[in-house]
Write a protein that binds this ligand. Structure first.
Ligand code: DX5
Ligand code: ZN
Length: 221
């Protein structure tokens, strides 16, 4: 049975009040999604290891670091030292196995991400090496974009293989997740919903997170 986890993405938080924003959503957060962008792999620039280190001192939440950067190999040690619990690298950069080896050696969980136009087949050879498959449902780079429902076919394909082979791999979806799209992702077999603007863009982030969870995985009344 899929994991039913919610990962607020701090990309849409107020960075000047980051600690308070994280504290506010903690009751409804199973993990915290941290978007790292370098202005090269994506046309946006966000945060790096020093902010991860600050978050690590502030929260016990699992830090799920999504690396949208050209040179992850040069920075994995810094993210590990900063306290990242998982680093997610993009398959579009080429053979990720050396990165996986470095992460394993540093006791950091391994994630692999697929941009919307990248087929599931690009990730399939690595499913036995990873802890998490991240399926992007928007083009990486910015929060607040529209959910691309066509990626749900990849979620279903991944769910089938992971269940068939009983692989210990979670499926995460990232981008455009709100109360209308969360149920689609959940029924396709996603374990972890990432949501930025739907949570931190709402007047009451914790209520918004709760609403998202209920929309995705309704509890019996
Ligand atoms: C986009 C990031 C997402 C982003 C999603 O490149 O990877 O994690 O925060 O934002 P929303 O939920 O607003 O689409
Ligand atoms: Zn992300």
């Amino acid at each position: 049975m899929p994991g039913q986890k919610l990962a607020p993405s701090i990309l849409s938080a107020d960075f000047a009040r980051l600690g308070d924003e994280v504290t506010a959503v903690t009751p409804e957060a199973d993990l915290l999604h941290v978007d790292v962008m370098d202005g090269h792999f994506v046309p946006n620039l966000t945060i790096g290891p020093p902010v991860v280190a600050s978050l690590r001192r502030h929260t016990r939440l699992f830090l799920d670091c999504h690396l949208m950067i050209d040179n992850p190999g040069e920075l994995l040690a810094d993210f590990a030292d900063a306290g990242a619990d998982r680093c997610i690298v993009h398959v579009e950069l080429g053979d990720p196995r050396p990165l996986f080896e470095e992460l394993r050696a540093r006791k950091v969980q391994v994630g692999l991400a697929l941009s919307p136009e990248t087929p599931f087949a690009a990730a399939a050879p690595y499913l036995t090496d990873i802890d998490l498959l991240l399926i992007m449902s928007v083009h990486p780079g910015f929060g607040g974009q529209q959910f691309l429902a066509e990626v749900l076919d990849k979620v279903r394909a991944a769910r089938q293989v992971i269940d068939r082979d009983q692989l210990p791999v979670e499926i995460e979806i990232d981008g455009g997740v709100h109360t209308a799209t969360a149920p689609l992702a959940a029924s396709a077999g996603v374990d972890i919903l990432v949501a930025g603007s739907a949570i931190f863009g709402a007047p009451d982030p914790v209520a918004a997170a709760r609403a998202l969870r209920e929309a995705a995985w309704p509890t019996a009344a």
